[in-house]
Design a protein around this ligand. Structure first.
Ligand code: B12
Ligand code: SF4
Length: 464
């Protein structure tokens, strides 16, 4: 039995664009969901993982599979449907799962033979068994998996060509920010994998550099943090020789012992969601956690950096309180906090989030011809109507934010400061140049996006 597990490309963000910018290589990461599905699949299935982000595959030239499994974030949905249509036309059954299939069940059910909602661990072997006997159901629901049932991902199945390996050590997030799908999908109950599994799985990864895909690496409660410390201790003891980056909330900075252990275990960078420069913005986004303790973010960032861990800060633009000038404001605040990289994104109503419900009920979802418009749901296009910012206005704000933060003098100042403090100046330079080159690509993408919005006669000045 031959199984293809496919990660569809989003033509707007795919590695195919590596021709335009070689820095994009550092932006393409392994589809861990498919590697985990492969880990759950019994040996009688011959598995190929096809990642379209590495280049367009020649499906007609490939042997006919018995089953195709497709994963998709919302931004990949259109391509997922094209791939599904291709194989269904050949009479090959197609099953789709992942975040988009879960949040947009009806849309997906119309386009594939079977949909798996939620996490796959509890149902995947049943799906395969049913597929083998030609009795696959139209829908399966995996719900939330038992964390001990998460298998080792098949790290052996993907070809070389990636800058990073991938691993997951926890699922879920105890916070519930209004724009984020994680709590809706993976639950607020923070689930941590057995430490010995994490260590053993790290040992199976070929790449020296690894992305820990957890949404919240350390959690929020004392017992979460105690377990994170134990995990870092075990990783350091195992002498893994890996360097890894992860996502965390700002409380990562609150505990010197935790930082020292993380660094010892190989942590070289964290991605932290600061989201908004103001407490009002954080309140609007439901991320009050960030100011619960009245934190001094500059001091927090410095504490992390003192352990030779780079900090990438994420901010969201387009909040109801954001007014003209927000672009420069974010660049200035990110500079003041001292982050090594800034990732500014447009406020985007992702299906299944509280933000989606609110904007939909207020008629503010501007790009709403679905499924076609899903391709713009990459957080890099302003797909909604923003309260104080027009379409041209918010794009200008984003460009001015990126131009400010990624101006050559500011990049060189950051790299020099890292060199001086012996904190990975080369990685910092590569990261900054990668983002800078994307500013150029984004300008081009915005022009296409705007012309599309004109064709569709979507004109908005301000929302009110
Ligand atoms: C790592 C990651 C990335 C990596 C992608 C690596 C990759 N190739 O997969 C990078 C950094 C490139 C990335 C990019 C983006 N990401 Co991202 N990302 C994540 C993150 C943190 C982890 C994903 C992961 O590996 N999870 C671990 C695996 C095991 O979980 P899983 O994917 O859910 O898979 C399980 C189930 O869903 C199911 N399943 C999944 N697929 C399938 C398929 C079949 C056939 C079956 C049966 C089951 C099944 O079974 C799996 C095991 O239980 C998630 C958050 C999250 N918790 O998932 C956000 C997340 C998926 N990303 C998100 C977003 C918005 C994006 C971007 C659009 C924006 C951005 N700037 O970040 C881009 C899109 C890029 C694109 N191609 O279009 C959103 C997606 C929401 C949505 N509705 O689409 C998420 C949920 C985060 C959030 N804040 O809401 N991302
Ligand atoms: S802290 Fe991060 S992962 Fe958790 S709900 Fe907020 S944005 Fe999502």
């Amino acid at each position: 039995m031959r199984l293809y597990l496919i990660n569809p490309s989003n033509p707007l963000v795919s590695i195919v664009n590596v021709k335009e910018s070689r820095w994009n290589r550092y932006r393409v990461w392994k589809p861990l969901s498919l590697m985990i599905l492969a880990g759950l699949t019994p040996p009688e299935w011959e598995i190929s993982i096809v990642d379209e982000n590495l280049g367009a595959p020649d499906y007609p030239a490939m042997p006919r599979p018995d089953l195709v499994g497709i994963t998709a974030f919302t931004s990949q949905a259109n391509r997922a449907y094209e791939v599904a249509a291709h194989f269904r036309h050949l009479g090959v059954p197609v099953v789709m799962g992942g975040i988009h299939a879960t949040m947009c069940l009806d849309e997906v059910m119309d386009r594939v033979d079977s949909v798996v909602t939620g996490e796959a661990e509890g149902v995947w072997t049943q799906v395969l068994e049913d597929a083998r006997h030609g009795r696959m159901k139209h829908r399966y629901d995996g719900g939330l998996a038992e964390i001990n049932d998460v298998p080792f991902a098949r790290h052996d199945l993907l070809a070389a060509g990636y800058a990073f390996g991938a691993i997951q050590t926890t699922r879920g997030c105890p916070l519930n920010c209004c724009f984020c799908s994680v709590t809706a999908f993976n639950g607020a109950h923070y689930r941590q994998r057995p430490i010995q599994d994490v260590v053993r799985e790290f040992q199976l990864i070929r790449e020296k550099h690894v992305l820990v895909v957890d949404d919240n690496l350390i959690g929020t409660r004392p017992e979460h943090i105690a377990r994170a410390k134990d995990m870092f201790r075990a990783m350091a003891r195992a002498n893994l020789g890996k360097q890894w980056i992860a996502q965390s909330t700002i409380n990562f900075a609150d505990d010197e012992e935790l930082l020292a252990l993380a660094a010892k275990a190989g942590c070289r960078g964290v991605f932290i969601g600061f989201e908004s420069p103001t407490p009002e913005g954080l309140r609007e986004l439901g991320k009050k956690f960030n100011f619960l303790k009245g934190q001094d973010f500059r001091a927090s960032v410095q504490r992390i950096q003192r352990h030779h861990i780079l900090v990438a800060g994420s901010f969201i633009m387009g909040l109801d309180i954001d007014e003209p000038g927000i672009g420069k404001r974010i660049a200035e605040v990110a500079g003041r906090y001292g982050v090594d990289n800034l990732n500014a994104l447009f406020l985007t109503p992702l299906p299944g989030t509280r933000l989606w419900d609110r904007m939909k009920s207020e008629g503010r979802i501007a790009f709403n011809t679905f499924p076609e418009d899903w391709k713009y749901y990459t957080l890099t296009f302003p797909v909604a109507r923003y309260k104080h910012l027009s379409l041209d206005g918010i794009i200008e704000e984003m460009l001015s934010c990126d131009r400010d933060f990624y101006s050559m003098p500011r990049i060189l100042r950051r790299v020099w400061s890292n060199f001086w403090k012996r904190r990975k100046p080369l990685i910092n330079l590569v990261g900054n140049l990668s983002y800078r080159s994307n500013v150029r690509l984004n300008s081009k993408a915005y022009a296409d996006f705007k012309s599309n919005s004109r064709t569709k006669a979507i004109k908005w000045k301000r929302w009110n």
